[in-house]
Design a protein around this ligand. Structure first.
Ligand SMILES: [Zn+2]
Length: 328
């Protein structure tokens, strides 16, 4: 049963404290999907890099009046300028800005593709410091060698970080990710903490490839993990889509509400786990991975919840994902 998300209360907290963003004493990244989340993380000094989700911001104005909604070129210009404005304000607050690319990239997507968006941002002199790549298609799109209008120069200054959806579970897989242009990786969520430790150890001890020894890792310490991504549009069944983003709830057999996020800028959906992954109260386990940075992924949280989580408050309902399998 799907229903609109209008009865959601803020997450209850256990009263138990984990580490605050500040207490990590290492670079802290946060990814955001709403204006309210962006506002909250901008205020937190310890957050050093903000990833803005490509599917959730810069949505061109679509109106029923064809003349009003403007030409394709005008929409694309507006989209790039919207991101440029966000990145400039993040930078002005003394933080690094990043663009988190869409989860699925299709040739039929409306508006600019990721490569075009980045090229436009380079032209506007508002290129992000980093891009969080979530699929191999995107990695390919960004590594295509033919120079864009502005040349590849601008694009090459943007650091390519691969998300956990680009799954590098062993040395060979990681080596492939590096060949695809990765300059930073995210620890895989499919592995246990112990397996992540083993992976990093074997990379650091690799004698033949310096890239493997030195590639920086980000550890995800908070976020609702996606259970499923589906490449179709719920709204479109009624023949039209207004390209707005929505959050719906799906109730499973256990009467748990799973959030369904509709990313209708590009018309795909993600079903999230009802409980968020929380690892920021496992300081020792996270430090044992020796990450260069930690990351908080925000998706459905309110502004207030974002603040609480970054202050270290631990929600009552949460999951450890695969992290502690075999330990508990
Ligand atoms: Zn749609």
């Amino acid at each position: 049963m799907v229903r609109r998300d209008n009865s959601r209360n803020d997450k209850k907290n256990t009263g138990k404290k984990g580490l605050s963003a500040e207490a990590w004493h290492m670079p802290v990244s946060a990814s955001v999907e709403t204006e309210a989340q962006l506002k909250a993380v901008m205020d937190i000094k310890a957050v050093s890099r903000i990833y803005v989700d490509e599917a959730c911001f810069g949505i061109p104005e679509i109106t029923s009046d064809k003349k009003e909604s403007g030409s394709k070129a005008a929409n694309e210009k507006r989209e790039a300028e919207a991101f440029a404005a966000i990145f400039r304000s993040i930078r002005a607050s003394g933080k690094e800005c990043g663009l988190r690319l869409r989860r699925i990239e299709r040739e039929t997507d409306p508006f600019l593709n990721s490569r075009e968006l980045l090229d436009n941002l380079v032209k506007l002199e508002a290129a992000p410091d980093a891009v969080l790549i979530r699929s191999f298609d995107e990695a390919m799109l960004l590594s295509e060698s033919e120079p864009s209008e502005s040349g590849n120069k601008g694009l090459n200054t943007i650091k390519k970080i691969f998300d956990y959806t680009c799954y590098g579970y062993n040395t060979e897989a990681v080596s492939m990710l590096l060949d695809l242009g990765a300059e930073g990786l995210t620890y895989p969520i499919e592995l246990t903490g112990r397996e992540c430790m083993g992976l990093r150890k074997s990379l650091k001890e690799n004698e033949s490839d310096e890239r493997l020894r030195t590639v920086p890792y980000e550890a995800l310490v908070y976020g609702h993990l996606p259970m499923m991504v589906s490449a179709n549009c719920i709204q479109r069944t009624s023949d039209r889509c207004d390209h707005r983003n929505r959050i719906l709830r799906l109730r499973d057999r256990m009467q748990k509400d799973m959030p369904v996020r509709c990313y209708c800028k590009y018309c795909y959906n993600q079903i999230f786990n009802a409980e968020p992954l929380v690892l920021y109260d496992l300081e020792g386990d996270i430090r044992a991975l020796d990450p260069e940075s930690v990351r908080y992924d925000f998706s459905i949280e309110s502004e207030n919840e974002v603040r609480k989580i970054l202050s270290g408050a631990v929600p009552v309902a949460m999951t450890r994902g695969h992290f502690r399998h075999g330990i508990e």
